[in-house]
Design a binder for this molecule. Structure first.
Ligand code: ZN
Length: 204
């Protein structure tokens, strides 16, 4: 596993996420695709800021089976859904930041709309601040297969790009590789902070 540059990039991203304070108290989970059939996902209960390469477990994308028998993140089913659904997805980052958690509760509709921000261009395929980028918000659920089914049903009828929020919980985002997933995470977190501050100021 030590020869996989994408895994090395993911471990570095986890350390950066830890420094940002976006995965407190062992929350969150991260993964990278190995091939068409398998991904590597962080082991349950580990501090994301101090993960090592051997803290990632091989998981079968088709059925969430873990050949090693170790326990992967409780939210593995959301990662494998994204890999199954979108052949282009190469890495998935799931964080529990304050801004994502608060905004997903403050916004009462089923999507957080970002518009008017130059930093929307940090998202692949976005070329202007004039477009509307809608990040869907799903109700939180301790039943991960049920939550995954709702995300899948959404993706059946609408484009699902960049990421989604889980209300009162956090952000899932992804990219073609770790570098792009990391850029999307950083861009979205910046946009969330802007949006939260804008709403606070405009409410006064
Ligand atoms: Zn979570």
């Amino acid at each position: 596993m030590s020869e996989n540059p994408e895994l090395a990039a993911l471990v570095a991203a986890c350390h950066w996420i830890g420094q940002k304070g976006w995965c407190p108290a062992t929350g969150g989970n991260m993964s990278v695709r190995l091939d068409e059939d398998r991904c590597l996902i962080s082991e349950s209960g580990k501090d994301k800021g101090s993960l090592h390469q051997d803290d990632f477990l091989r998981v079968n994308i088709a059925d969430n089976h873990v050949p090693s028998g170790r326990t992967p993140s409780a939210e593995t089913g959301l990662h494998t859904l994204l890999y199954r659904r979108f052949a282009s997805v190469g890495a998935v980052l799931h964080t529990h930041s304050v801004n994502a958690t608060v905004l997903s509760r403050v916004e009462k509709s089923d999507a957080l709309v970002l518009e008017g921000y130059e930093m929307q261009k940090s998202l692949q395929g976005q070329h202007t601040h004039l477009d509307r980028v809608a990040i869907p918000i799903f109700a939180n659920d301790q039943d991960i297969p049920a939550l995954a089914a709702r995300v899948a049903a959404y993706a059946d009828t609408q484009a699902l790009r960049y990421g989604f929020l889980v209300r009162g919980h956090g952000l899932y985002c992804w990219g073609d590789d770790v570098a792009q997933a990391r850029r999307h995470l950083e861009g979205l977190e910046f946009l969330f902070q802007c949006e939260l501050q804008r709403r606070l100021l405009e409410a006064k």
